[in-house]
Design a protein around this ligand. Structure first.
Ligand SMILES: NC(=O)c1ccc[n+]([C@@H]2O[C@H](COP(=O)([O-])OP(=O)(O)OC[C@H]3O[C@@H](n4cnc5c(N)ncnc54)[C@H](O)[C@@H]3O)[C@@H](O)[C@H]2O)c1
Length: 328
């Protein structure tokens, strides 16, 4: 088989997050194009990456027959249109989260990718975090016993956004992890919140999800909070585990705490407390692992699982968003 060489990739969106993607792509792929609407950013990136062509027009990337893949890190409302254009032009697509703001749009992207044999990978960064991988391993091994409930805390003071509420901006992360751990789509989804600062943009959102298996989940999402929290707690029947992304070393902590069966304790529910320990978690950069996965999919082909998982996340976000609007 002919050697294909590094994947030829172009990126649109060179802002706060985009610059991290570019840095990794420059190492992992053949970075051919850089695109941003801002002339100042074009100039800055042209100097830093002289091997790439720089443009303000996304069409330049799509019209390059040699370009295999595009990475999209523009603002959320632009994702769907850009990803659709790229798939229609026959390019593999990595698109920051969420790829679309309506489930029907995401369904369209998934169908386009499948029909054309193209990779469509949403940027659900946490799914590539070694700490979240460890959570999944613990859940799937049965070590925690049956999972009963999961809750996420994603709170901070700021960044206060104007065009995306806390559900879409912050919730997409926790939701991707919760669906990944549970392996089901919610049968019930409720969100309550309030827009205190900018009209129509909820700053504080509380979400409740219930799954067909009976598992339940909760998310507290806020940029009006004194605590900086990036935490996911999984309560199992036999053990409990916490992933805390604010911790430098002990990112995952397993608590051997559980209720004891009444039959073993003379008809009374009691609790048992055992060891508390932190498994070793690799320090590898999640973004690098995520992009290396995308590059591998482009070369080896995709089963479409990433795109379908992304669709499940947008579907749940839409359900939550609809109830949030009902209660506004
Ligand atoms: N995975 C993560 O952890 C994570 C973290 C932060 C942001 N993000 C995502 O990354 C994306 C970008 O966020 P950001 O904070 O970098 O935003 P940003 O506003 O700093 O950057 C967006 C850039 O896109 C450019 N742009 C807008 N429309 C364009 C178009 N049509 N063509 C080319 N360029 C265009 C803008 O000029 C700007 O430079 C968002 O989707 C956000 O949700 C992901």
């Amino acid at each position: 088989m002919e050697a294909l060489g590094p994947v030829r990739v172009g990126q649109a969106g060179l802002g706060n997050w985009g610059k991290n993607l570019v840095r990794n792509l420059d190492d992992l792929a053949d970075l051919r194009w850089l695109c941003d609407a801002s002339p100042a950013l074009q100039e800055q990136f042209a100097k830093r990456f002289p091997g790439a062509r720089v443009t303000g027009s996304f069409d330049d990337l799509l019209n390059d027959p040699e370009l295999e893949a595009v990475v999209i890190a523009t603002p959320v409302p632009t994702h769907y249109a850009l990803a659709k254009q790229a798939l229609e032009a026959g390019k593999h697509v990595f698109v920051e989260k969420p790829p679309a703001m309506r489930a029907s749009e995401m369904e369209h992207l998934v169908a386009l990718a499948e029909e054309n044999g193209l990779v469509l990978m949403p940027g659900h960064l946490l799914l590539y975090h070694p700490g979240v991988r460890k959570l999944k391993e613990l859940v799937d091994s049965g070590d925690l016993g049956d999972v009963l409930c999961i809750y996420g805390n994603r709170q901070n003071l700021g960044v206060i956004r104007k065009d995306e509420n806390a559900l879409w901006s912050l919730g997409v992360h926790d939701l991707s992890v919760i669906l990944y751990l549970v392996g089901e789509e919610p049968s019930e989804a409720w969100a309550h919140g309030n827009a205190f600062l900018n009209p129509g943009v909820e700053d504080v959102v509380f979400c409740y999800l219930r799954f067909p298996s009976g598992k339940i989940a909760h998310m507290h999402l806020s940029w009006l909070d004194p605590h900086k929290m990036r935490k996911i707690t999984v309560v199992g029947r036999d053990k409990m585990v916490v992933f805390d992304d604010m911790e430098l070393e002990r990112k995952v902590t397993v608590y051997e705490k559980a209720p004891e069966e009444p039959s073993q304790t003379y008809g009374e529910w009691r609790t048992r407390t055992g060891d508390i320990f932190s498994p070793k978690i690799s320090n590898d950069e999640p973004l690098r692992i995520e992009l290396a996965h995308f590059i591998r999919l482009v070369r080896e082909g995709s089963t479409g699982v990433e795109a379908r998982d992304g669709l499940a996340v947008v579907r749940a976000l839409e359900q939550l968003s609809d109830t949030l609007a009902d209660h506004a």
